[in-house]
Design a protein around this ligand. Sequence first.
Ligand SMILES: [Zn+2]
Length: 204
Amino acid sequence: MTASTEASEKIIIDQKEKERFMREAIRQARKAEALDEVPIGCVIVCDGKIIARGYNRRNTDKNTLSHAELNAIRKAAKKLGDWRLEGCTMYVTLEPCQMCAGALVQSRIDEVVIGCMNPKAGCAGSIINLLQMAAFNHQVKITEGILHDECSSMLTEFFRRLRRSQKHTADPGQTSVPEQADARNQSPAQDQSPAQDQSGAPLS
Ligand SMILES: [Zn+2]
């Protein structure tokens, strides 16, 4: 086997492995969805094994801190017996917010693999790239777009269903989630966009 064939086979294997872990992150997101939470999920991988899982439970827990990433970071630290997640990789269905990106830097995690980006609230490159600020003492490798379409359509469909159910149940005059809102510009679950705050929907 030539070196270049070996290299391209390795890339294919890496890609397949990334997709396998992202699929598990999607499974976590579906748990959030089952609770009427915005579907966002993640897993943390160490030495090729999943050591922690998390999904968005913000409304369920009535807690700002209950984002998928923080829930998983807490579990991973407990499992490793260390707050440092060196040597670990997080697979997350949506680009992390400022709080989670900050926690990821603090955890000294090696890498974050992202399903789809979040232009309205993401802090791994969309609004700001907190994961790779040269001034901080730790930078996190970023890989984007693993199972992008599945991660993105899961959110788009969630918000479509939400708008539909609001149309059916809303009192006249009640503010509903705007038509133009979609997964990418709606800032799913993990921000404070006016659309969510006014809607009274299970997003905020
Ligand atoms: Zn977050």
